[in-house]
Design a protein around this ligand. Structure first.
Ligand SMILES: NC(=O)c1ccc[n+]([C@@H]2O[C@H](COP(=O)([O-])OP(=O)(O)OC[C@H]3O[C@@H](n4cnc5c(N)ncnc54)[C@H](OP(=O)(O)O)[C@@H]3O)[C@@H](O)[C@H]2O)c1
Length: 259
């Protein structure tokens, strides 16, 4: 189903986005990778082209709606959009600077909204396409240390929930991904800022590989799934979060108190 299709991946130069690009080019997709840093984009493109893949790259900040629109118009019709660009900055609410709250929303939420807005009208006109956004397990349960990042990813979830309902009648598939901790450069960067209490909670769970998330994304698109959960824990949280929250909160509160 991906052969000859044009797949646009924001955040495609690293981590989950790059792993997804590897899988999709292996299945014959033509990919366009978007990120800010030109050097990592170039390295990703060279790696993928060495396998015979057709790859385009554009350095762009997804938080800039004008630049995003220009780039996406220039890239031409998109069959599959994977909005993966994002960043996470944990910290205690009382210590996080105001700019961090704004930055998370600008990049994680608006960075998703801008790309979705740029590609969806043409998909609706054609009556086909897939739009997938990467949210986070922190959008399924409030976690200590994620008062800036969590709400931005909850906004991504909310956007995709509304879009699922609105775009289904137009033949456009919408999916949202809820990864737990994933072993990527973002996690390494994030760990530099994590309070001890956040480590006490997330340290109990081994990060999964980016390739596991990428496989879940590809399968989610193939099966036209809305909820894309790469592991059992997020699957349970996505389906039964409301019921599980009081139990999990009690368990985590104990860990936080000890930390
Ligand atoms: N790793 C985890 O534990 C985890 C867990 C849950 C959800 N996620 C989500 O998964 C997605 C991918 O993260 P990852 O772990 O694969 O991280 P990663 O390896 O650090 O990759 C992040 C990608 O996003 C790009 N990016 C960041 N800010 C951008 C901006 N303003 N404009 C355009 N591109 C931007 C980065 O390139 P440049 O820096 O060059 O722009 C890079 O290509 C993110 O949305 C993240 O929040 C990650």
């Amino acid at each position: 189903m991906f052969s000859g299709r044009h797949v646009i991946i924001t955040g495609g130069s690293s981590g989950i986005g790059l792993e997804t690009a590897r899988l999709l080019t292996a299945r014959g997709a033509r990919v366009s990778l978007l990120a800010r840093g030109a050097a990592r984009l170039k390295a990703a493109a060279e790696e993928l082209r060495a396998t015979g893949a057709s790859v385009d790259t554009r350095p762009v900040d997804v938080a800039d709606p004008v630049a995003v629109k220009e780039v996406l118009d220039d890239l031409g019709p998109c069959d599959v959009l994977i909005s993966c660009a994002g960043l996470a900055r944990p910290g205690r609410f009382l210590e996080l600077p105001d700019e961090v709250f704004r930055e998370m929303v600008e990049v994680d939420y608006f960075g998703t909204l801008h790309v979705v807005k740029a590609v969806v009208p043409a998909m609706v006109a054609r009556g086909s396409g897939s739009v997938v956004a990467v949210s986070s397990a922190t959008a399924l349960l409030g976690v200590y240390g994620y008062s800036a990042y969590g709400p931005a990813k909850i906004a991504v979830r909310g956007l995709m929930e509304s879009l699922r309902a609105e775009l289904k009648p137009h033949g456009v598939h919408v999916g949202v991904v809820f990864p737990p901790d994933v072993d990527t450069p973002q996690l390494a960067e994030e760990n530099r800022f994590k309070p001890a209490e956040t480590f006490a909670i997330s340290g109990t769970v081994k990060p999964i590989k980016a390739s596991v998330v990428a496989r879940a994304i590809v399968k989610g698109i193939e099966k036209q799934r809305f909820l894309i959960c790469p592991d059992l824990t997020t699957k349970m949280l996505a389906r039964f979060g409301g019921v599980l929250a009081p139990v999990l909160n009690r368990y985590f509160d104990g860990k936080i108190a000890r930390a």
